[in-house]
Design a protein around this ligand. Sequence first.
Ligand SMILES: Nc1nc2c(c(=O)[nH]1)N[C@@H](CNc1ccc(C(=O)N[C@@H](CCC(=O)N[C@@H](CCC(=O)N[C@@H](CCC(=O)O)C(=O)O)C(=O)O)C(=O)O)cc1)CN2
Ligand SMILES: [Zn+2]
Length: 773
Amino acid sequence: MSVTAANLGFPRIGPRRELKTAVEAYWAGKADEAQLLDTARRLRAATWDRQKAAGIAVIPSNDFSLYDQVLDTSVMVGAIPDIYRGLGAPDSLAVYFAMARGTRTADDDAGCAHGHGKGGDVPAQEMTKWFDTNYHYMVPEVSPDQGFALATAKPVDHFREARALGHHTRPVILGPVTWLLLAKSKAEGFDPLSLLPRLLPVYADLLGRLRDAGADWVQIDEPALVLDLSDAARAAYVSAYGELAKVDGIKLMLATYFGALGDNLKTALSLPVAGLHVDLVRAPEQLDAVLAGARKDLLLSLGLIDGRNIWKADLTALLDRYEPIMKSRSAFQIAPSCSLLHTPIDLALETKLDPQVKDWLAFAAQKLEELSLLGLGLSNGRYVISDELLANADSIQGRRNSPLTNDRKVRDRAARITGDWARRKAPFADRIKAQQARLNLPLLPTTTIGSFPQTAEVRKARSAHDKGELDTAGYERFLREETARAIAWQEEIGIDVLVHGEFERNDMVQYFGEQLAGFAFSRAGWVQSYGSRCVRPPIIYGDVSRPKPMTVAWWHYAQSVTARPMKGMLTGPVTILNWSFVRDDQSREETCRQIALAIRDEVLDLEAAGARIIQIDEAALREGLPLRRADWQHYLDWAVESFRISAAGVADETQIHTHMCYSEFNEIIDSIGAMDADVISIETSRSKMELLDAFVDYAYPNEIGPGVYDIHSPRIPTTREMEALLIKAGERLSARQLWVNPDCGLKTRKWEDVKPALVAMVDAAKAARAALA
Ligand SMILES: Nc1nc2c(c(=O)[nH]1)N[C@@H](CNc1ccc(C(=O)N[C@@H](CCC(=O)N[C@@H](CCC(=O)N[C@@H](CCC(=O)O)C(=O)O)C(=O)O)C(=O)O)cc1)CN2
Ligand SMILES: [Zn+2]
């Protein structure tokens, strides 16, 4: 029996976000291609060395990407839409970054929230969330007459590069079926999956070249195997892997992750591949079925270490569970549940974390050490790692028994929640009358979603304050000036309901995490969100409460400089939960309710301070939807309940807004309705208001702000087109229901784009008022 420690992928941004710095410098014209590629090469080398030093036997290559691994795959197979082809050779950075960001002269900004480019010439490809993560990939675009050809050989190049450095790696590629299932076509009714027969020869070609370069195994990622699949998709798996099995001399490790294979298990086990990786963190229950159904010669890779969270693994518990099965097969691999892409790199860089909490954590580097220990213990007996096991057990015990994780008061309060905590006092029809009487807003009131540009100046000031180079008084003076200027400008152009601009916030989730009890936050714990943009998800380790008001002082200042209504601006409980690393010792549902109570307290304090309108953003509510439909309703029920708990304490005349910046509401419209926000703002401009249909069909009774300004594009929308969108919305819904706003916050845009766009938006509202009155 042999047990081998394998890794599926390592974060690529570098421990100090070296890749972000290098890529953004390249975009800004401050570094040339050679400098960028050199940084990238050094990062790869350091990552391979690190894995070898940690005792990992199977080290991945081609997990590195300058922007996104799905985009890499699209370029590799030659799925480069015509509009990008004129910009350079298929394997050039010009084409690659044009697909990622669109084109226009580079500048020092990294693009907008969705990676969409800086300019007019060519738009970026569409971007969307990778399964249920906060990582975003570039959506492959194919056409019915799509041809494929191996346009780059990056997996081969990186394999060779590693070998030259003394590492025999296992290249990782994204599998053809998942790639096609993620792809979209502009041709109506065309199913990208039908392109499979044309795509497979390219994959076969690639596998042959990898073999010729000396690779023996290739990891082929097919995470779509954990989704609800059609029979056609399952059949595609059978034909795809039947075909790829014909490539001699190369073995495939088919990697599945983010959930159970479930009803696709039979299909997965029938494929003629040499290895199968299964996620036993998200879906430990599938172990027995996998063991029972796997061919004797199938190498199983057990995903035992959590690739989606930052908790130290309980090594003793893992040994207890997996030792007994080790003899059932001649060999096993053990691995993280999925690529470590979704975890921060190195806990050792955290010098300011509470040492007690730090002792409970493992970032990517530490996870590799756990894996390697586990490998030793499983192959040679646990006595060979007895010291490490003792230390690990101490940490696990320490966390389990720590008073830091338990707050009696919070638990008692959460246990006392009754139905009416989640119910507004009066129904919407009555509330809206009281709100209108108080707010006295025009038809089609104008507003924005919250943030204004986070300029380099704002980030610099915050960084100087963090480092102690700018004192708190100076920092706050600076923020007050920024805020006052943004407010005066909104008044000047005639916005009806104002925002303060969120200049004091580093990130809409981290900002709250830093102020809530039960949360820890890292200094260097960056995780890639898209392209060069990263987040530092807060760490929820204990019961959550709000020691003191978080936003009231800033709101109060903002309202003090204007007579118009200033929105209180909060991130909702579900979004805070979904964009944090969440404790794994109680249900997410329970943790969410605690956050909901903390936000409820903040809502009530804002109301008491005089806020007439409070917005509670739930941008991540949709992304938290489980991957399998059977699990949707339970999630939606508790997520909506949490939102309602956070919102429902206020008086009838206090208006609650929410915001969601994603599309595809159709399938969850009942739950959106059940949130019972007085006003919801959503992203609709790019779909030309088509996304409103869900609200129309549902006869959504509350108020809606369908976004008329696509903030993901650098284009400045015209008054006329925004007016047309409003008229269109007015044809579908009552004009009395409608608000006028952009699709999302403006933090990633520049003032020079924002200003003319919002002036035009206000003009459009005026014109539409006249037309719809
Ligand atoms: N958590 C989260 N998830 C989200 C979103 C979001 O807003 N938040 N939006 C959607 C899209 N995703 C996004 C993810 C990141 C960013 C983003 O802008 N990230 C910034 C970092 C934001 C941040 O934390 N900023 C900090 C730290 C900034 C920083 O890098 N400071 C430098 C110094 C800065 C200087 O001197 O100029 C340093 O610490 O070294 C701050 O402003 O305080 C980046 O990568 O550049 C935008 C959208 C979906 N998921
Ligand atoms: Zn948004």
